[in-house]
Write a protein that binds this ligand. Structure first.
Ligand code: UDP
Ligand code: MG
Length: 332
């Protein structure tokens, strides 16, 4: 089978509310674009009707391919599964919630083909529809990331982007277990362009990125790209050692003068400070050690439960139980 020109990867987790709206908007758009395409909907172990709805929709829409992960593996892992299994010469990734306008995918494709680019970022030029908290945390995130990874990180470019097959293959070749694509992709250094867009409000349903997942993304981002926090531990350890040395000399001098009456305050704060510092450094070490441990274990990032492209129901009509009797293949 010839690879399609365009793959559209959509990670979804419990998106039953927004799914009909998404299909309604995406299908006419892609059908009308006059290119061969596949939509790779990655059901990230949803607990609601998303999986069943996707399988249902795929019966009427030959361009829709459903990949189901056995368990909820997280946005970046779902994206990985989609990228790994996509076949298109260009691969776009987009959220399911219609915050990113799907129409822009065609604009990205046109730009990539016209200028022979490997990466086209969707860049949010207006975040006014995001909550104040989201805007502030996002701004902080991108500022820190530009510091750590370099100036190449486009501001406000999330996971709405188009990649060429070459870029996808380069990403596939990376053995990372906690990839953060918004940092990895710029790091590749392929020729890139940008398409600006306005971020809409979520079309339906509620966010699948609670604070805990945002924090996880931030920690993954920092530790994936930089050992700077470890160095921070070294430096603060060194500084506090010097400070302690000074304080030690001071206390000896005071002692020799017979001036050692009071001072539990300074002692108390010093003990607290050193204790905190040690815990901080241990925590940092633990963070990286944990990552090493995860990499060494080499456990797959996700497990495919079902891929409609690997199972073409020729004569027999597919039924809901299909998902269970299909091959369970480790992702790597
Ligand atoms: N998502 C996912 N797995 C998860 C969490 C989220 O596949 O564990 C998907 C979700 O369905 C959506 C995208 O990631 O398509 C972005 O999530 P969301 O829109 O909820 O994040 P927000 O825009 O609020 O940051
Ligand atoms: Mg969203």
């Amino acid at each position: 089978m010839n690879p399609p020109l365009l793959s559209v990867v959509i990670p979804m987790y419990n998106e039953q509310e927004v799914l009909p709206l998404l299909i309604e908007r995406l299908r006419p758009l892609l059908d009308g674009a006059g290119v061969a395409y596949e939509v790779v909907a990655v059901d990230d172990g949803s607990a609601d009707a998303t999986g069943a709805m996707l399988i249902q929709a795929a019966r009427q829409w030959p361009g829709l391919r459903v990949v189901r992960l056995r368990r909820n593996s997280g946005h970046q892992a779902a994206l990985t599964a989609g990228l790994h299994r996509s076949r298109g010469r260009y691969v776009a990734s987009i959220d399911a919630d219609l915050q990113d306008p799907p129409e822009k995918i065609l604009e990205m494709l046109a730009l990539a083909r016209a200028k022979d680019l490997d990466i086209v970022y969707g860049v949010r030029d207006d975040r006014s529809t995001d909550t104040f908290f989201k805007r502030q945390t996002a701004q902080l995130y991108y500022r820190v990331m530009r510091r750590l990874v370099g100036k190449k990180i486009p501001h406000n470019a999330g996971d709405f982007r188009l990649l060429s097959r070459a870029a996808v293959d380069a990403l596939k070749a990376m053995p990372e277990h906690q990839p953060v694509y918004r940092l990895l992709v710029p790091w590749l250094g392929f020729p890139s362009g940008e398409v600006a867009y306005r971020r809409d409000v979520r079309a339906a349903g509620s966010t699948k990125y609670p604070l805990s997942k945002m924090i996880k993304l931030a920690i993954d981002s920092v530790t994936n790209f930089s050992a700077a926090p470890l160095r921070l531990a070294t430096w603060s350890g060194l500084l506090s050692f010097l400070a302690c040395l000074g304080l030690g000399v001071y206390s000896i001098v005071q002692h020799s003068r017979g001036d050692t009456v009071s001072g539990w305050t300074s002692l108390f704060t010093a003990v607290l400070f050193i204790g905190a510092l040690q815990l901080l450094c241990l925590g940092l070490l633990g963070e990286y050690l944990g990552r090493l441990y995860a990499e060494v274990k080499g456990r797959p990032m996700y497990i495919i439960g079902y891929d409609s492209a690997m199972h073409v129901p020729a004569q027999e009509p597919a039924d809901e139980a299909d998902g269970d009797r299909l091959t369970e293949a480790a992702a790597r």
